[in-house]
Write a protein that binds this ligand. Sequence first.
Ligand SMILES: [Cu+2]
Length: 198
Amino acid sequence: MSRFNLIAATLVFIAMLSGCGVDQSDRGLTSSQEQQVADRIAPVGNVSMAGDIAAPAVVSMASVEKVMLSEGSEHTVKMLNMGDGGSMIFEPAVIKVSKGDTIHFKAVDLSHNSATIDGMIPAGAADWAGALSQDISVTLDTEGVYVYQCDPHAMMAMVGVIQVGEAINMSEIQAAAEKQASRFMMNTDRLTGYLAQL
Ligand SMILES: [Cu+2]
């Protein structure tokens, strides 16, 4: 290596070192600025998280699983203090049966009953009103959608829906359900959710 080359290499080396120094001081400033920017962006990240939480609720309403026709001619609906769908509840709360089928309401827990709601059964269908804490069986000979309730827990939306044959009175039921839901103090979207399963 010639003397000239050695000097040139040394100069390049010094230039690299000083370059590094400049780089580091630059990076120091940049990273503090980046931190400030990151701090300002952080709340925006939280806002988009909130949006993500709200979104699935809408999706779950749109993709409600439909209830299938129950097999057999006799069906049991339990009256419960606590079920898979919440407290003070009929289980199953939504059932689709055939004309002439019988529903047995079972008083598994106490202080519940099953009673039709005025204006929420098919025209010409017989209403029913079970006694508190008592089983009641009803045979459904009229086609359409029936909505019934537990009288003591009506405000908690302890309601149930039965579809017999085709849902020929669905528009009347939907209209009446809006008025009914305005009386609920808890579980205010329960009935809407039930009807969406038909
Ligand atoms: Cu009840």
